[in-house]
Design a protein around this ligand. Sequence first.
Ligand SMILES: [Fe+2]
Length: 398
Amino acid sequence: MSWLNDFRYGATSRIVFGPGKAREAGEIARELNGTAALVMTDAGLYKLGITATIEASLREAGVRVEIFDGVVTEPTVPSVEAAVAIFRDRSCDVIIGVGGGSSMDSAKAVSLLVGNGGQFTDYTERRVGVEWKRERTVDKKGPSIITVPTTAGTGADVTAGCGVFDHETGIKGWATGDNVRPTVALCDPVLSSSMPPRVTADTGVDALSQAIEALLTLQFNPFADAILLKAIETIGNYLPRAFANGQNLEARSAMMASATMVGTAFTLRGLIHVHTFAEVLGDLTHLPHGRLIGVMLPHVLEWSAIGCPEKLGTIARALGESVDGLSKRAAADRGLAAVRRLCAEIEINEPLRSHGVTEDTLKTCAERVFSQHTPRSVGGPRGFRNVDEVLSVLRAAY
Ligand SMILES: [Fe+2]
């Protein structure tokens, strides 16, 4: 990779960030010419009153409020279609997704369907060999989307894509394109302060992994790199503090900003195998996405290390390690150790077996990961030549 390589860097969502900013939801909706907002969240968060400030702000600004609290974890086609029906019935004109990745992705999916018609699965990408294919592209911009994250991890508040699970095919399909990107990401760290330590750890390590994985692909993108490195450094500093004390608002703010930063950058570079393992294991075990990410991250890095020693040294430095005077490989080892230590500090260091994963599950997982590894093997520092190699990484995590 050199400065002679091509790269692109596009506009991102407008980011409005700061403690207490949720109070500006009404003003922002008005600026977007909104008169009736569909506020989308899940039943649990709604009962906790997480949308109260946003609803009050909308009403104060003269924006009618309609609630859809039927968002489910891993959004499903029926759940998204139910929200589309309410959006149309109640003549809404702006969508506000409040919650984790599921709520924000559901909001994007509703905007896509209202703006473009058809079924969600018409727009999802399927992997054919090393390429992605889909029936329809998202040609039109749907109603404006305001995303309000309540966790700090997915980056879904700014990513130009949404994933919805189709139970008929058993596949989580992704629809992507600039027209799916949220219009405004309204990030208020106060909303994340009630997240329990476990969820803080799981979601935070997802952001860390997205940043590290993206940095390790073979893409060239100096804009993305600057953002990803700053995020890795900030997560290293603040994730343990947010885990230790959820009321530490500075730590919450740092984590929310980092997750959003990673969201603006990781899609420019892509991800490596940590996410392939976590997605397949998630489907097989139903354990939280972030937990599986945290369990697999050190092992995938160990596997990949011979293909990216310099970058692991850079990651070591971002995580506060001194690597001056060290050989490339020794600096890379510092990087691996720093990631392992961080995962241990937030108590994500249990082996897969402690999560009830069986030998049979390992084998099934290895086969499924191998069947879909190609794009990430081609685009990453080290690929897999056979199922046994995949299995060896799983065994190390077992
Ligand atoms: Fe993730």
